[in-house]
Design a protein around this ligand. Sequence first.
Ligand code: 5U1
Length: 696
Amino acid sequence: MAKKDSPKARVAELRRVLEEASYRYYILDEPTLADPEYDRLLRELAELEEAHPELCDANSPTMRVGAAPSGKFATVVHEVPMLSLGNAFSDDKVRDFVARIGKETGDEAPVFSTEPKLDGLAISLRYEDGAFVRGATRGDGSAGEDVSANLRTVRSIPLRLRGKAPKVLEVRGEVVMPKADFERWNEAARARGDKPMANPRNGAAGSLRQLDPRVTAQRPLAFFAYALGAVEGATLPPTHSETLAWLRELGFPVSAEVDVATGVEGLLAYYERIGARRDALPYDIDGVVYKLDRYDQQRAMGFVSRAPRWALAHKFPAQEEATVVESIEVNVGRTGAVTPWVLMQPVHVGGVTVTRATLHNADQVARLDVRKGDTVIVRRAGDVIPEVVRVVEDKRPLDAKGRPLHPPYQLPTECPVCGSAVEREEGEVVARCTGGLYCPAQRVQALFHFGSRRAMDIEGLGERFITALVEFDYVRTVADLYRLTVDDFVEMKRRADERDGTVPATAKAGKVATRWAENLVAGIEASKASSLERVLYALGIRDVGESTAKTLARHFGALDPIMEADEEALQQVPDVGPVVAKRIAHFFAEPHNREVIAALRAAGVHWKEGPPRRASEGPLAGQTVVLTGGLASMTREQAGERLEALGAKVSGSVSKKTSFVVAGEAAGSKLAKARDLGLDIWDEARLIAFLEEHGQ
Ligand code: 5U1
C-alpha cells in the first residue's frame, strides 16, 4: 500500500478522479469537473509521471494525447470472429425475418433489441482484469489491425473498467465522428485550403488509420458499444438488452437510442421513429439493427456463413449516390462570393431527388478535378446542401485518343452576372466578384438582407419583389428604396406579373389592388426610425453580423467615428480581429458605400447616437453572463442591454466560460447546469441592486 501522501498514492488518486470525471462526462452526460480543473489535475498527473517514470501506465488518462508513432500496424487475430449483418431494404424483408424466427423458435411475439446502425468503423476492444490491452479494426472479420495507440486517444473509450470486471472482456462497437464535429472540421479545413473529409465515416476511418496517434488525438472521435466478443470470468445476463445495460455500467458508451421492441409492428415502428430523427441524431446512421433479445433464442437461430440469423440491419435510403455532371456553373452570393456548383442528372439521395450539388470553392474543384460529363458521388445528409464528394475517375468520358473529353474546369475570371473581375484575396479560399454594389446579384442579396427582420425590418419586401425591383431597375442601391412610391410598386408588380404570366383575374378586369403597395410604402417609411446597430448590420459588411454590429455601435456610439476609424482603432472593439477590422475599414473607405450611406441619411433614415461605451471599461468587462427564467421588473432583453452597458457579454448558453447566471422565475435546465458547474447565480434582487449601484 502506498503511503497516503506518496507520489504513488497521489498518482492513483489523480487517475481515479480523472477517470470518474470522464465517465460522468462521456457516459452519464453529467459533467462534474469544470474543464480548467480537469486540465489542472491532468497536468499535475503528467508532471508526476514525468518525475517518476516507474509510475507510468499505458492506460493513464495522460495517454489520451497520443503516444509517439511506432511504424506499421500489427495484425490481430480476433479470438471470436467479428460478424457481419444481413441487410433489409424493405418492410417485407423484415416480415420474412420475423416470420422465420417465429417459425423456428415457436415464439409468436419475439422480443428484439433495437439499435441505430452507426455509420463509422467497427472495432473490437479487449480488456484483461479491467484494463484495456488492445483494440483492433474489424478487417476481414477474422483478423484486423492493431490500432490500440489510436484508440487510447478516443476519450469515450474507457481505459479501465468500472466495478467488477471479468478476467477477459472483448467489446465490439463503432468509432464515429459526430456530425457537428465533422462539419466544423471540414469548414476549418476548407478555410485553411486543406482537403476536407468526404464524410464522417471516412473521417472516423482515416483518423484511426493514422500512424501517428498524436494526430488521431486531435480528431473528434466517439465510440459506441453494441456487442461482445470473447468473455471469460463473467456470467452474462440472459438477454442482449441487459448486456448493453451492463456494458454501460462498466463504463462503455451505448447509444441513447437503443430500445426493445416486439414483433414486426414494433420493429417497423422503431424504424420509422429513428428514421424521423435521423437528421437530428449527433452521428450518421445508415439504418437500424434488430437483434433477437434472448440469447437462448439467438443460439437456436444460429448463423449462415458470417452473418447471424438472429439479427438484421434495416437500411435507410443511401446518403451518397452516383450521377453524371451535366455542367459546372457558378453562383454569385450577397457578398460577391463566387461558388461553383454542378448541374447533374437527377438523383435520389438521402430521401429526395436533387439536381444540384455544391463544389464549395475553386480549391475544392481543383482537388476533386470535376469535369463536365464526369460520374460523381453526391452526398446529401440532413439539411446540409448536397455536395460532390468525389469523381469516379474510370468513368470519365474520353476522346478517340483516350484523353479526357473535357479539360479541367477553371473558375471564370469575370463575374457571370455583371462582368466585373473575379478576384481571390491572398490566403482566401473564396473568389469574389469585385462589382460590389453594382453587381445585380449582390444588389438583390444586399436589398434582401437590408430589409430582413433583424436588419431594417421592412415588412412585405419579399424576394420576388426585390428581384423585380432590381431587374426593372427601380433600385440600384438600398437607399433607392426610400424614393419608391405606391405607383412605382403597382407598376413594378404589373410588369412582374406580366412577365411571369401571373396576372390576377381582378387586374385583367381592370381593377388594381393597391393596399399591399400602400402597406409596403408605410413599412419602408417606418423602417427609417432605426438603431445604429441595425443599420450597421443592414449594410451587409462582410463578417459584421448582429453581434459585431452591436459591439461596434456600443463601442463607438455613433456612425461617423466608425466610418473614420482605422484598422487599429477597430481592433480595440471586442471580437473584432485584424481580418474583420480590415473589412470594415475597406467597406467605409469605398466611396460608393459612403455615397449610399449619405443617401440613406438624406432619405431620412435615422438612429439614436450616444457616447461611446467601451466594454473594456465597464465593471463587468470581460465577463460573460447568461439570463434565464422570467424577471418581474424588466424583460430579459432589457436586463441584457443594461448588463451589456456595463461591459458584460450576454450569452444564451451556460458553459464553463460563463461568469455568472441571472436566474429569474421558473428557470430550468440552464440554472441546473449552472449549479452543476458551480457557477455564481444571481437572483433578480441582486441584479437590480448591482444595476442601480452602477447607474443602470
Ligand atoms: N447497432 C449495431 N450495429 N451493429 C453492427 N449492432 C450491430 N451488430 C453488428 C454489426 C456489424 O454485428 C452483430 C452481429 C454483432
